[in-house]
Ligand binder design. Structure first.
Ligand SMILES: NC(=O)c1ccc[n+]([C@@H]2O[C@H](COP(=O)([O-])OP(=O)(O)OC[C@H]3O[C@@H](n4cnc5c(N)ncnc54)[C@H](OP(=O)(O)O)[C@@H]3O)[C@@H](O)[C@H]2O)c1
Length: 253
């Protein structure tokens, strides 16, 4: 089966392309690096020709509120139109657990617009919402650091390895469309501050840490129920400490 992975050169995309190829599919990475731009629509129709499935794992370069909304809205609109015109049978997008609960954040407004464009596309679809990637913890630390001190929220958090996200995406990408939302997450739940503190310590990062019960998520209000999945979520296997050990081994090799 031909499966186009839009954003197939990114963190999730390249692992998903590899996983789909192992499963015997004709997995094609599409992104600006190979002449496909979902923001402008350039190259989409040609890339989607003959594809049964399109998986959207794009992400913008700028996370500034207006730029993100513009990116996801335009990109998802162009992708939906091209998928319809090319006769694609299943559109799948990677979104984020809690997207509907974090609408004070420009990034999450963008993700909801992306989900909406897909659901309104007329093409059978699946939305997969994942929790935050282990690989994103450094960005979270940066985003909450002021004057060299990380002010870390303490609400519940349940991150996941990006490799597990790619593994998990391969299943719906090769199954019937759900015309709905599924959630995936890592196996462990703990305060966000604990995960980030462990990550910083593993990097020998000397910055101070202040757990801050009132801190939101990148400034957006959040609590124990905002970023964690519901009871029906599929939980993947990789534990945080095991993942950290593997990163350290790779760095030492
Ligand atoms: N970070 C998290 O914790 C988290 C959690 C849940 C879900 N997600 C979602 O996961 C998705 C993938 O994230 P990621 O970390 O894998 O992203 P990433 O590594 O930043 O990769 C982004 C991909 O998007 C492509 N892209 C950028 N602009 C494009 C355009 N105009 N047209 C087509 N492709 C374009 C890039 O292509 P080039 O390489 O050619 O630039 C790249 O392949 C995102 O939608 C994000 O919202 C993230």
């Amino acid at each position: 089966m031909k499966i186009v992975v839009l954003g197939g050169t990114g963190l999730i995309g390249r692992q998903l392309v590899a996983e789909l190829a192992i499963l015997g599919h004709d997995a094609v990475a599409a992104s600006p690096k190979n002449g496909v731009d979902s923001m402008t629509g350039a190259g989409l129709l040609v890339a989607f020709a003959g594809a049964q499935v399109v998986v959207d794992v794009t992400n913008p370069k700028s996370f500034e509120d207006d730029a993100v909304l513009d990116f996801f809205r335009s990109s998802a609109g162009n992708t939906a139109a091209a998928a319809r015109n090319a006769g694609v049978g299943h559109l799948l997008v990677l979104s984020i657990v809690g997207t509907d609960r974090l609408q004070n954040s420009g990034y999450f407004r963008g993700k909801l617009a992306q989900e909406q464009a897909l659901a309104d596309s007329g093409v059978p679809f699946t939305i997969v919402r994942a929790t935050q990637f282990f690989e994103f913890l450094g960005t979270i630390a940066e985003g909450h650091t002021r004057e060299g001190v990380a002010h870390l929220p303490t609400f519940a958090f349940q991150p996941i390895a990006s490799a597990d996200v790619a593994l998990a995406l391969a299943h719906p990408a090769t199954s019937q469309p759900m015309n709905g939302i599924i959630e995936i997450a890592g196996p462990e739940r703990a305060p966000l501050a604990e995960f980030v503190a462990t990550w910083l310590s593993a990097q020998d990062d000397p910055r101070g840490i202040v757990p801050d019960e009132g801190a939101g998520y990148f400034g957006a209000p959040a609590d124990d129920s905002t970023l964690v999945p519901g009871e029906q979520a599929r939980l993947l296997q990789t534990r945080f400490e095991a993942w950290l050990d593997r990163q350290t081994q790779k760095a030492d090799a």
